[in-house]
Design a protein around this ligand. Sequence first.
Ligand SMILES: [Zn+2]
Ligand SMILES: [Zn+2]
Length: 226
Amino acid sequence: MTEMREYRYELHCHCSEISPCGQLPAEELARLYEAAGYDGIVLTDHFRQDILEALPGSSWREKREAFLEPYRRLEEKYRDSGFWIARGAELRFGTNENDFLLFGFADELFLEEGETWPFMELPEFYETYKKEMLIIQAHPNRADSCFPEPIRYLHGIEVKNTCPRHENGNELSRKTAEENPWLIATGGSDCHRPEDVAGSGIACLKPLAGNADLVTILKNGAYRIL
Ligand SMILES: [Zn+2]
Ligand SMILES: [Zn+2]
């Protein structure tokens, strides 16, 4: 009989190459999570109008390559290692400071249409892409910057965000998830600095090998929040 073990994944982290608030280069981020006993990370770098503008290059073709570069580098380095590197994003629209974790979108979709995403609004974005990815509001009750969006435009909410530099309002988010059990509830460290590493994430009984696995596990609720 094989021993049951859990596989741990970080669903919310930032590398310094893309996220200006991040202090950990992609390699260092992955190394710290591996050392902390995690089995993988989903890179969720900020994707906003100002980030898009600041990315090297003038065309979307150049900028999208720059945005994906750290992910591609890590993915290549860790391929076949048993440590899973995945790509998500933390999207913000121009309308307010709410952030949305995007999981499971296809590379082709991002390459073709990603340029427009920060210029959309949540209702339109959700109607357009609800079948193409999971749209999870990050720290919906974070004090002074965020507010909960109507849950009809979301697949889920981040109920545990352990970024130590904010009052994240996790109790309120947890309550919303309990009252609406169909919502996907996630946990994430929102890791920007060494001290943020391995604050939260999810654990499941099967290893994740691709975006489809992540989406399935989140939809089925076959995980626990760390
Ligand atoms: Zn940040
Ligand atoms: Zn974040």
